[in-house]
Design a protein around this ligand. Structure first.
Ligand code: CMP
Length: 138
């Protein structure tokens, strides 16, 4: 079925000037952009968005990374969007990511891994609502 996923081009992607190339890859892969903005997460935003990871040893590092500069947040629509987008971005650790995936091409490390992709339809909806109102979705 056609459904939606949520993505963030993380601060390292913006800092390195990779936003255009990553968006080109996303749209060339058949995703329609439903919503998109440049935004800067506050400390509280990042702590809430990543609350599921709050007991992990890398939580502090993750929050610091995600708040150090602006991100591009977007909602994407496609047949089988969640799974196909995770395939397009590749494994969390760029060392394990397949050739041609966004993380293989643009991620520096498991921590600074260039992009986010929702892991389920339910989380896609929650994460989309975190960043976008209904009026910002097309
Ligand atoms: P993502 O899977 O999008 O969401 C959780 C993030 O936590 C992950 O991307 C990485 O940015 C980060 N992360 C996951 N595992 C580690 C790790 N072992 N060390 C540092 N950061 C991590």
């Amino acid at each position: 079925a056609t459904n939606r996923t949520f993505t963030m081009l993380k601060p390292d992607s913006v800092e390195k000037g990779n936003v255009g190339a990553i968006l080109e890859k996303i749209t060339a892969s058949g995703f329609r952009i439903v919503a998109m903005k440049l935004t800067h997460m506050t400390l509280r935003d990042a702590q809430e968005f990543y609350a599921i990871h709050k007991e992990r040893p890398f939580f502090g590092e993750l929050v610091e990374y995600m708040t150090r500069g602006p991100i591009v947040a977007a909602i994407l629509e496609k047949e089988n969007a969640v799974d196909d987008f995770r395939a397009l971005i590749g494994a969390t650790n760029p060392e394990d990511a397949a050739e041609g995936t966004i993380r293989k091409l643009y991620a520096a490390s498991i921590g600074e891994n260039a992009v986010h992709g929702s892991d389920s339809n339910e989380n896609a909806a929650i994460e989309s609502a975190f960043h976008f109102s209904g009026r910002e979705q097309f």
